[in-house]
Design a protein around this ligand. Structure first.
Ligand code: RB5
Length: 145
């Protein structure tokens, strides 16, 4: 599975930690669209780069990060086909996959420590959409686009 990761300057260090966690999974290939330093960049630009990798079919899922995770999740959710879930706990990440079929996980680099962020990423990777009654609800979300 290909996972695209992208952050603004507010979470560039946490992005590296997220990549280390993703490397625990031999079946995961990581695509990093930046940013790669601490110089300020605009999080909507990063959200767009990540989203394009998913909507083009190149990547199945994505992880976006900014200082709080809020701006980049709002931006990502503006893009057709993206269901981004901003998570601060692993239960939410698990349910975002199982019930909402979230294809993007959003994290706050100035909010989360490495430990909780790792647990959240693992929950996002290890859980799958349950379908069933959730199928109808996710379809209704997508009809709102
Ligand atoms: C950048 O300073 C900061 O605003 C951004 O990383 C993010 O927190 C926005 O939601």
């Amino acid at each position: 599975m290909k996972i695209v990761v992208g952050s603004d300057h507010g979470a560039v260090d946490l992005k590296e930690e997220v990549k280390l966690v993703l490397k625990e999974y031999p079946h995961i290939e990581i695509i990093d669209v930046g940013t790669f330093g601490h110089d300020p960049v605009d999080y909507p630009d990063i959200a767009k780069l990540v989203a394009e990798k998913i909507t083009s079919g190149e990547c199945e899922r994505g992880v976006v990060l900014c200082g709080t995770g809020i701006g980049i999740s709002i931006a990502a959710n503006k893009i057709k086909g993206i269901r981004a879930a901003l998570c601060s706990d692993s239960y939410s990440a698990k349910m975002a996959r199982r019930h909402n079929d979230a294809n993007v996980l959003a994290l706050g680099g100035r909010v989360l420590g490495i430990g909780p962020a790792g647990d959240i990423v693992r929950a996002f990777v290890e859980n799958n959409f349950e379908g069933g009654r959730h199928e109808r609800r996710v379809k209704k979300i997508m009809e709102l686009e």
